[in-house]
Design a protein around this ligand. Structure first.
Ligand SMILES: C[S@@+](CC[C@H](N)C(=O)[O-])C[C@H]1O[C@@H](n2cnc3c(N)ncnc32)[C@H](O)[C@@H]1O
Length: 354
């Protein structure tokens, strides 16, 4: 067997729990895998920075979209396995597939071989090592846009999913027209490649930025889903559409047209856990209230700072009193500004799990 160029050794399946399938050695896949091998060390950290720490909440929404009853679940393009933890359940067969061996080795280190640990395999998404209809659910986080041609990848997913099975796709998307589009475009085109300089392979982050635009706004993806024989259960947008989450169901044989809603009967299969609406409403109300109070305090402190600067010469304070006042007002302003921002970002994302 020829060696993969970026991996100095073949993993021993007995000790690493990793299996390597021949299709993961095709040229195009090898090139893609090589790029992810190179960035694997700092990938998760940079991902969190680039998503402003929101990727955890988005992944939690992806986990909730997987039916609790799904017995065989695949996390495709699993990378370092950051999405696998939330998919683990006693009795569930959890699989993680990726083309990058270095990423998978990180996943193997993180999850170990014991208990209901995920089974990891190095394989190509276009030639998955599973029988037709073998899987109840598939999740893909930030991996779909790497799979080209997309229609080919969706055909392979339709093959391995059981009829009525669930596919959940979390992906970074290009800006749709609107007042925030210029900011979104600037972020994806300039900020992501800039932050990518912290990575050992900045070229990979230029690719990442370009691939967001190539993937598009999501409308084209929905057309491909419909043509591939999937029906929509739910779609969500996060951070003004910077990331989107699709939950779709594999239809039994019907394909084509536009993406239709899954029938309520089908929705019920496997107990979809989109969360209690009452609990979500309560969480939103409470977080909004805290954000408003925090914003009001930020405004008051800003007003106090401006007033202080204006009247300071007229007030006769001891130097130590002056310093303490400055410290209190500046620290308070910084603290409440950050808190307001964090609460607003939380509101833009999905509610927390549970
Ligand atoms: C952007 S990373 C996402 C990793 C992880 N899902 C996450 O959320 O952080 C994309 C992953 O897709 C994998 N990938 C790309 N093309 C693939 C293919 N044809 N087959 C399997 N995995 C592939 C890469 O190796 C990489 O680990």
């Amino acid at each position: 067997m020829p060696d993969l160029p970026h991996v100095p050794h073949e993993p021993d399946p007995e000790t690493s729990g990793l299996r390597v399938f021949p299709a993961s050695r095709d040229h195009a896949v090898r090139e893609m895998a090589g790029m992810f091998d190179d960035v694997s060390g700092r990938y998760d950290l940079l991902n969190s920075v680039m998503t402003l720490g929101q990727d955890r909440a988005w992944r939690a929404a992806m986990w909730r979209a997987v039916p609790e009853a799904a017995g065989v679940v695949l996390d495709l393009c699993t990378g370092s396995g950051v999405s696998l933890g939330g998919l683990r359940r006693p009795g569930r067969i959890l699989l993680g597939v990726d083309a990058s061996l270095r990423m998978l080795e990180l996943a193997a280190d993180e999850h170990g071989p014991w208990g209901w640990a995920p089974r990891l395999a190095c394989a190509d998404a276009f030639r998955l090592p599973f029988r037709d209809g073998a899987l109840d659910a598939v999740t893909i986080a930030f991996g779909m846009r790497n799979l080209r041609p997309r229609t080919g990848a969706l055909a392979e997913l339709a093959r391995v999913l059981a009829p009525g099975g669930t596919l959940v796709v979390l992906e970074a998307t290009a800006p749709r027209p609107g007042p925030l589009a210029p900011f979104h475009r600037f972020y994806a085109r300039r900020v992501i490649p800039f932050l990518g300089r912290l990575s050992p392979d900045p070229v990979a982050y230029r690719y990442l930025s370009a691939s967001i635009f190539e993937f598009g706004t999501g409308e084209e993806f929905e057309r491909d889903l419909a043509a591939g024989g999937f029906a929509l259960v739910e779609r969500r947008a996060y951070l003004f559409g910077a990331a989107r989450l699709w939950t779709v169901q594999r239809l039994a044989g019907e394909a084509g047209g536009t993406l239709r809603n899954a029938r309520p009967r089908a929705r019920g299969r496997g107990n979809f856990t989109q969360g209690s609406h009452a609990a979500e409403q309560e969480w939103r109300w409470w977080t909004s209230t805290r954000a408003v109070v925090s914003a009001a305090l930020t405004g008051s402190l800003l007003w106090a700072l401006i007033t202080w600067v204006k009247w300071r010469p007229a007030i006769n304070l001891e130097p130590w009193q002056d310093r303490i006042f400055w410290l209190l007002i500046v620290a308070g302003l910084a603290g409440f500004s950050i808190r307001t921002l964090v609460l607003v970002l939380r509101l833009l994302g999905p509610p927390p799990p549970g």
